[in-house]
Design a protein around this ligand. Structure first.
Ligand SMILES: *Cc1c(COP(=O)(O)O)cnc(C)c1O
Length: 372
C-alpha cells in the first residue's frame, strides 16, 4: 500500500463541476478581487463559525497580522505565544510591531500551558498586552482559564485558528472567544482554497472595520487612505471555491475525527506510543494526528519503507529557529516544548483516507514499535 501524508485530489474531484462553475462565473463577471463572491463567503463563514463578522484576506498569516494591528498593537507592545507552532504565528506578531515572548506548552495537549502562563504573569515585566493562543492540530487551548487570566491581567486575546475550523470547547467554536481570530484557507487546512486565502473573525465592529481597511491599502473609500495599509485582499474566485466547499466541512471534520478515534483506540495503553490528547471539553477537528515516540526519525524511516508518509509538526521550536538567533528569546528555556519537539510524529489523516488504510498505518506503527 502507498499512503500519502495528505491527498487533496479526491475532495476536488467530487466537487469538480461546481468548482468549474465558479471559474466560469469569474471569467464572465470579470470580478477578480473582492466583490459579491467574497461578501457571500464572508457571510456564510461568519454564520458557520458563529461571529458577527468575517473579513476575507489573502492568507492566514496576514489574517493574524492585520487582526493584531486592528486590535491596536503598537511597536514595542509585548505579545505572548507558544513556540510549538508554525512560524506564521510569530511572523505575524513581529511584523505587526509586537515584541515576542513565549510560554511553555502542556505535555498532554502540546498547547499553551495556562499554569505556566499564570506563573509567568506574576512577573510584572513580562505581562503582555496580547496573547495569541494557537489551537494546534485541530484542538483548542483552555480558553476558560486563559479568559480568566485575560480578565485579571488585562491582556487581549487573538486566536490562531488556522488549524481549527470547527473545533469546539464547551460548545463554543474556535474563532468566537478571543477579541478576534485568524483562519487560514491554505489548501491543506481543514477548509482550503485552491490557492491562498485567509479570514479574520470577530464580534467587534471596530476590529472588523479596521481589518477591512488594512487589507485594502487602508482605504475608507476609493483613494481615501486612513492608514497606510496593505494589499491583502481575498480573491473572488477563491471565495467562490470556499463557498462550494464550506457545506461539506462538517462532514469532512467528522471523518477526520473518526480516523483519529480509530488511531486513539489502537494506541491506547501501548507503551512507547503517546497520542496528543485534547481536553475533555473539546471536540477536536483532527487537523493533524500527532503521536509522541522515543525515536520519530527512526519510525518515519520504517513507515516510509512500508509506503507510509509521515511528518513533523514541528521539529524545531520557533524560539530556536535560525532567523531568531539574535533575539534575546533565542536562549530562553521552554523545557516541555523542547522535549516534545524531539518526540513527535504526525500520521496520515485526511477525509478520504480509507478504513483499510488507517488499519494498515496502525499495523505498521505497532510493528515498528514492537507492540503488535
Ligand atoms: C497555516 C498556519 C498559519 C498561516 O496560514 P497561511 O494561510 O499559510 O498564511 C498560521 N498559523 C498556523 C498554526 C498555521 O498552521
Amino acid at each position: 500500500m502507498k499512503i500519502p501524508f495528505s491527498d487533496l485530489v479526491p475532495i476536488h474531484r467530487e466537487l469538480e463541476s461546481e468548482l468549474q462553475a465558479v471559474f466560469l462565473k469569474t471569467c464572465r463577471s470579470a470580478g477578480f478581487v473582492g466583490g459579491a463572491m467574497v461578501e457571500e463567503f464572508e457571510k456564510a463563514f461568519a454564520a458557520w463559525v458563529g461571529t458577527k463578522h468575517c473579513v476575507g484576506v489573502s492568507n492566514g498569516t496576514d489574517a493574524l497580522r492585520l487582526a493584531l494591528m486592528a486590535m491596536g498593537c503598537q511597536r514595542g507592545d509585548r505579545v505572548l505565544t507558544v513556540a510549538n507552532t508554525f512560524i506564521a504565528t510569530t511572523e505575524a506578531i513581529h511584523q505587526a510591531g509586537g515584541v515576542l515572548d513565549f510560554v511553555d506548552v502542556e505535555e498532554q495537549t502540546s498547547l499553551l500551558d495556562p499554569k505556566a502562563l499564570e506563573r509567568l504573569l506574576e512577573d510584572p515585566a513580562r505581562r503582555p498586552k496580547f496573547v495569541v493562543p494557537v489551537h494546534l492540530y485541530g484542538q483548542m487551548v483552555d480558553m476558560t482559564r486563559l479568559g480568566a487570566l485575560a480578565e485579571k491581567y488585562g491582556f487581549q486575546i487573538l486566536e490562531d485558528a488556522a488549524q481549527a475550523h470547527g473545533a469546539t470547547q464547551n460548545g463554543k467554536r474556535a474563532g468566537t472567544i478571543g477579541r478576534a481570530a485568524g483562519f487560514s484557507f491554505y489548501p491543506g487546512k481543514n477548509l482550503g482554497a485552491l490557492g491562498e486565502g485567509g479570514a479574520v473573525t470577530t464580534n467587534d465592529d471596530e476590529v472588523a472595520s479596521r481589518v477591512r481597511m488594512l487589507r485594502d491599502h487602508g482605504q475608507r473609500e476609493k483613494y481615501f487612505h486612513v492608514y497606510e495599509g496593505y494589499n491583502a485582499r481575498l480573491h473572488s474566485m477563491q471565495a467562490g471555491f470556499l463557498s462550494v466547499k464550506l457545506p461539506h466541512l462538517n462532514g469532512w471534520n467528522e471523518r477526520r475525527r473518526a480516523i483519529a478515534q480509530r488511531y486513539d483506540a489502537a494506541f491506547e495503553g501501548k507503551d512507547g506510543i503517546r497520542p496528543v490528547r485534547a481536553y475533555r471539553e473539546n471536540v477536536s477537528v483532527a487537523h493533524l494526528y500527532v503521536i509522541h515516540v522515543a525515536d520519530p526519525r527512526g519510525l518515519q524511516k520504517q513507515l516510509a519503507e512500508q509506503g507510509i508518509a509521515s511528518g513533523f509538526h514541528y521539529p524545531i521550536p520557533i524560539h530556536h529557529q535560525d532567523c531568531y538567533r539574535e533575539e534575546a528569546f533565542y536562549r530562553m528555556s521552554l523545557p516541555v516544548t523542547e522535549k516534545l519537539a524531539g518526540q513527535l510524529l504526525s500520521l496520515p489523516i485526511y477525509p478520504h483516507l480509507a478504513e483499510a488504510e488507517v488499519d494498515y498505518v496502525i499495523e505498521k506503527v505497532l510493528a515498528a514499535q514492537g507492540r503488535t
